[in-house]
Design a protein around this ligand. Sequence first.
Ligand code: ATP
Length: 231
Amino acid sequence: MLEVRSLTARYGAVPAVRGADLELAPGELVALVGANSAGKTTLLRSIMGLHGDRVGRIVVDGTDVSHSTAVGAARAGVAIVPQGRRLFHSLSVEEHFGLASGRRRGGPISVADVLEFFPGLARRRSVRAQALSGGEQQMLAIARAVLVGPKYVLMDEPTEGLAPFVVESVTRLIEHLPSLGIGVLVSDHGDGDLAARATRMYVMDRGAVAPHVAAGASAALVLDIQEGAVQ
Ligand code: ATP
């Protein structure tokens, strides 16, 4: 279980995440839904140890990573697909696979498995990341995260700005991961498919994470919650 308790994260004096509580179990697909600037990116980066200015408790399968860097969170079994992808621009697709596989901590997914979901990447293995399309870059960022063999994957708006056929491939892989026992926390604006497919959903508003809502809640309901119309 990945557990987050009373997590507050700031930029200078300004809190972007305010006392957030959430849980992610192995094999769950959980959505973190919120409008622009709600604090989703900051929360995911804080869990991963990429945002240092944070207080609260983060425990991964019994290991306390509240004060860890990203290396500590990764060792505990967490991976992130960050906004902006953060690929190595001069490295090829194949070299990204090699780096991720070199850091592999076991786990059920191989390069061949990933390429079944992303056949377009198979044809681009020798191409540098900087020459890939946005959709291909996003597929590579997701592939890199899952090839490390994480128990929990944090994905920051993974389908944002992608062409519909790429959204479909990415969504299929995201939905497959829980069947392998991997817990997936995916941030989203709530207007796409992903939130509706999640097992559970948290709604984030101005830094606060509301208690979770049942699976399949519609985007309209989420918006109502954000506007305070539904408790
Ligand atoms: P989006 O859906 O637009 O990606 P988000 O829900 O991920 O938004 P964050 O990016 O975490 O939200 O931003 C939360 C708050 O923190 C916002 O008010 C934002 O302006 C502020 N913020 C984000 N990054 C910084 C930064 N580097 N310095 C100062 N404030 C920041």
